[in-house]
Design a protein around this ligand. Structure first.
Ligand SMILES: Cc1cc2nc3c(=O)[nH]c(=O)nc-3n(C[C@H](O)[C@H](O)[C@H](O)COP(=O)(O)OP(=O)(O)OC[C@H]3O[C@@H](n4cnc5c(N)ncnc54)[C@H](O)[C@@H]3O)c2cc1C
Length: 360
């Protein structure tokens, strides 16, 4: 993957030999991907996961085609369907958007198994049944407190760097002093697909009275960028994935953004300073926040107008660019249909917070 003139591969090569001891807390999508990247760069990496074994809940997720570029073969093995068309419905109106690059429906447990194998094949050690409980400076680095889930026995291990990939309610974040991030529960349902429904199509209904939110796990609500690094004494602590709130607040997609967070954290650990990948991820997440704020107060009439204003050129932009290219989508849509900008500004000026009431 290109970063200006320097590829991440080159950056990883630069990092080689600087064998740091890294503890990654959380063995799931973001944690295993970070562990694989760091182990490949020559770091000594241990992933600590509280579950007794690798048994992620099976769940289908929809992601953009960017996952293919980021993961290659490991991602490919998790794909179970490709989505080539989106249909948007509201108030008797419909808009159809074909996708130039198909979205991917993936099986989460297959993805996590593949990522775990990849991390181990790069040399990372994976320890199950180990819950992270505490973090403190021990002079030359960090003392990481671990509790065995089987018998509650505790032990300490040393690390130069700790990466918190432990999800929305991250204990690493709490131990290192990050403020608690807002979260909402998200419910996913298994539904029978109607016989006339094409399998390569996703249908979205904008009917705010019927679907205030598709809302069983907690997911972060991105309401501002979380700086991903903190120092604890001489040690460095990073957050990645849901632990850092790297979830698009429009679609609650966190898989691809978590992988981008992993790339950014790897760059930052290996080279120090600000990572380009993280800067670009921040811009992306901020744009999704802007879109979310814009449509947050939308009433039925606003959605109807939105669908009415979608001309051929607007649809073309939506076909061409994925949800992970928000800046391009917004730019092209504004050029092709300026009245959408006015509609958006009106929504934005209503100024309502997107956070659940008890978390404002
Ligand atoms: C119902 C639902 C549907 C979703 N649908 C989509 C979708 O369609 N597309 C999409 O892109 N995203 C979707 N998401 C979001 C996406 O699943 C998450 O953003 C992503 O899985 C987060 O991965 P992660 O590795 O950062 O965190 P997690 O998957 O939450 O992993 C955290 C890991 O840390 C471990 N852990 C936690 N605490 C500790 C501790 N103290 N010590 C050791 N280990 C610990 C946990 O056991 C877990 O294995 C959905 C989320 C939900 C809840």
């Amino acid at each position: 993957m290109r970063r200006g003139k320097v590829t991440l591969q080159q950056e990883i090569e630069k990092g080689r030999g600087s064998a740091r001891q890294v503890a990654v807390i959380g063995g799931s999508a973001s944690g295993f991907f970070t562990a694989a990247l760091l182990a490949r760069a020559g770091c000594s990496v241990e992933v600590l996961e509280r579950s007794e074994d690798l048994d992620p809940t099976p769940r289908t997720l929809i992601v953009t085609s960017r996952m293919r570029t980021l993961l290659g073969e490991v991602g490919e093995r998790a794909v179970i369907n490709e989505i080539r068309k989106f249909e948007l419905f509201t108030d008797g109106r419909a808009a159809r958007v074909p996708l130039d690059r198909p979205d991917l429906v993936i099986e989460r447990s297959r993805l996590i198994h593949g990522l775990a194998e990849q991390a181990q094949s790069q040399g990372a050690k994976v320890s199950f049944g180990n819950r992270f409980v505490s973090l403190e400076s021990n002079g030359s680095g960090l003392r990481v407190g671990i509790e065995r889930t089987r018998d509650a026995r505790t032990e300490d291990l040393h690390a130069d760097v700790v990466v918190g990939a432990d999800g929305a309610l991250s204990r690493v974040a709490q131990a290192a002093g990050w403020p608690r991030q807002p979260t909402v529960p998200l419910l996913q349902a298994v539904v029978r697909i109607p016989p006339d429904m094409p399998l390569d199509t996703v249908r979205v209904w904008f009917i705010p009275d019927d679907t205030p939110y598709f809302q069983g796990a907690r997911i972060p609500v991105y309401d501002r960028w979380t700086p991903v690094e903190r120092r604890v004494g001489a040690g460095r602590v990073f957050l990645v994935g849901d632990a850092a709130g790297q979830v698009k607040v429009t679609t609650v997609g966190g898989i691809v953004t978590g992988f981008r967070g992993a790339l950014g954290v790897t760059e930052a650990i290996l080279n120090g300073g600000e990572s380009r990948e993280l800067r670009s991820l921040r811009r992306e997440l901020d744009l999704h926040l802007l879109i979310r704020r814009t449509i947050h107060q939308f009433k039925q009439a606003d959605y109807s107008r939105l669908v009415d204003l979608m001309n051929a050129s607007t649809r073309r932009s939506l076909s061409q660019y994925t949800r992970d290219e928000a800046a391009r989508v917004l730019w092209h849509i504004t050029l092709s249909q300026p009245r959408l900008l006015l509609l958006g500004l009106r929504g934005l000026l209503s100024g309502a917070s997107i956070l659940p009431k008890n978390q404002n």
